[in-house]
Design a protein around this ligand. Structure first.
Ligand code: AMP
Ligand code: MG
Length: 474
């Protein structure tokens, strides 16, 4: 790895230096060859004992400068002035051959100054879960943090019971959260806010003009990200501001899930008892989070507070149109529509309404429309037939035959997604020492648009999904 640690060069109060805590017996679960290649790294080398020791926290590679980042956040709407990386250590920033800068984080590598009551550890369940889902998101084309490696530690981690410990190597183009800005805004630390703004622009939005430019770009990125989640039936589950990425990446795969039976009120996380982060609430929560970023940036936007508020408010109010446009683009593509018509929103909403009424599976219905089998997802297929007639008429209006549209739709409607019960099965096997189901699932999810109709992940019955454990504090 070619390290250049810009975060470690920030003023010392913006983070806390810390070394990973060594573990008993590092063992490799996986190295991600696709990501390694993108980063200009050799997966074979990363699979040697020296590098397995790095991924376990037993060896610090040359050039690394490990630290834990400070951040704050609103958790379920409640302000928490200090969170910070309590179970993740930023080893450093690797510069890839194409000049891209990659944060290399060890998640689960021991206590930091921000661990509060936690042990700084992770067990194999959430490590496998984040590996599978973040890489599946990437394969689906969604901006996300990535998984470079996963290792077992040979130590036990105590949760509901004693669980095998593990460490995830999380890689991202940055770990700048809305909560990172909030930490310093709450302390009226303008110098730190300026540095974070410059860093966010350099790493995510080169060309953005100052704090207002950053806010504009981050607002757009959040609108597009959430529209993409919605188009995949993805429920993040814990959209706290410390889990809202300023660069518009999906971050924090705790109680997330892909929806099975479509309903706008769906919640899977057992900790989200009020449904704050339900499927249909996600677009509003994202703009709430953007508004928190806006208020952090006010002093950098304009020296006159009223002028700053006016400019920032205009940007935040622009979110609704950006989101609506992004949402419609995504669903138009899902229905094979190349052009735009006034009535398209109605067409999508009528379909979603029928799906909700019939308990139709989100992924299978849309894929079924592309393959001519969507009726199977409806208890009463007649409810779908009327809609299909309208859809075909709409396609005819742009000179597309259903067959042409369906061919295009195969690229916008995945055949397989990481369903929670599959992830759970992979975790159960992993706890017993068998990682084969994890590897099989990971391999299948790498090509989510290509699985043929008789693929076992597509034909199996779908049990009702619930993410029972919180996976927080893991
Ligand atoms: P999360 O649920 O991952 O968003 O974490 C919320 C906060 O709790 C962050 O500050 C985490 O670093 C911290 N945290 C979560 N689990 C642990 C743990 N096992 N040890 C220390 N800190 C933790
Ligand atoms: Mg988090």
């Amino acid at each position: 790895m070619r390290f250049d640690n810009s975060y470690a060069r920030l003023p010392a109060h913006m983070f806390a230096r810390v070394l990973p805590t060594p573990v008993a017996a590092p063992g490799l679960i996986a190295v991600n060859p696709h990501l390694a290649a993108e980063m200009g790294l050799d997966p074979q080398v990363l699979s040697t004992p020296d590098w397995i020791a790095v991924f376990a926290g037993n060896r610090v590679p040359d050039g690394a400068d490990p630290l834990a980042q400070a951040y704050a956040g609103h958790q379920f709407g409640n302000w928490v002035p200090q969170l910070g990386d309590g179970r993740a250590i930023l080893l450093g920033e690797h510069l890839g051959p194409d000049g891209r800068r990659w944060d290399i984080q060890l998640k689960g590598s021991g206590r930091t100054a921000f661990s509060r009551m936690g042990d700084g550890r992770a067990w194999v369940g959430p490590v496998i879960r984040e590996y599978l889902v973040s890489e599946a998101m990437h394969a689906l084309g969604v901006p996300t943090t990535r998984a470079l490696a996963a290792v077992t530690t040979g130590d036990l981690v105590y949760r509901e019971g004693a669980m095998p410990g593990a460490v995830l190597t999380r890689v991202a183009t940055s770990h700048l959260r809305v909560g990172t800005f909030q930490f310093f805004a709450a302390r009226q630390d303008l110098d730190a806010l300026r540095r974070l703004t410059d860093m966010a622009i350099a790493r995510h939005y080169p060309g953005a003009d100052g704090a207002l430019g950053l806010l504009q770009a981050a607002t757009r990125a959040q609108a597009e990200l959430v529209a993409q989640w919605m188009s995949l039936g993805f429920i993040h589950g814990v959209m706290n501001t410390d889990n809202a990425h300023v660069g518009g990446l999906t971050i924090d795969y705790g109680p997330c899930a892909f929806m099975d039976a479509y309903h706008p009120d769906r919640v899977f996380s057992s900790i989200d008892q009020m449904g704050r982060y339900a499927y249909a609430n996600q677009p509003q929560i994202a703009v709430w989070n953007v508004a928190q970023l806006a208020s952090c940036l006010l002093p950098l936007i304009h020296p006159d507070e009223a002028a700053a508020v006016e400019a920032a408010t205009e940007v935040v109010h622009g979110y609704a149109d950006l989101y609506q446009a992004a949402w419609l683009d995504r669903f138009r593509a899902k229905l094979g529509l190349a052009s735009m018509q006034e009535s398209d929103r109605q067409l999508v909403e009528t379909l979603l309404g029928a799906m909700a009424g019939q308990g139709a599976d989100f992924t299978r219905t849309f894929r079924g429309l592309a393959e001519g089998t969507a009726g199977a997802e409806f208890a009463d297929p007649a409810a779908l037939q009327a809609w299909i007639a309208g859809w075909h008429a709409r396609l005819a209006a742009e000179g597309r035959s259903p067959a042409q549209a369906q061919a295009a739709m195969l690229r916008s409607n995945p055949a397989i997604i990481p369903r929670n019960h599959r992830i759970e099965a992979a975790i159960t096997a992993a706890v017993a020492g068998d990682f084969a189901p994890f590897h099989a699932l990971n391999a299948a999810l790498a090509a989510p648009f290509d699985a043929p109709p008789d693929h076992p992940l597509r034909t199996a019955p779908i049990p009702a999904e619930i993410v029972r454990r919180t996976f927080c504090g893991t």
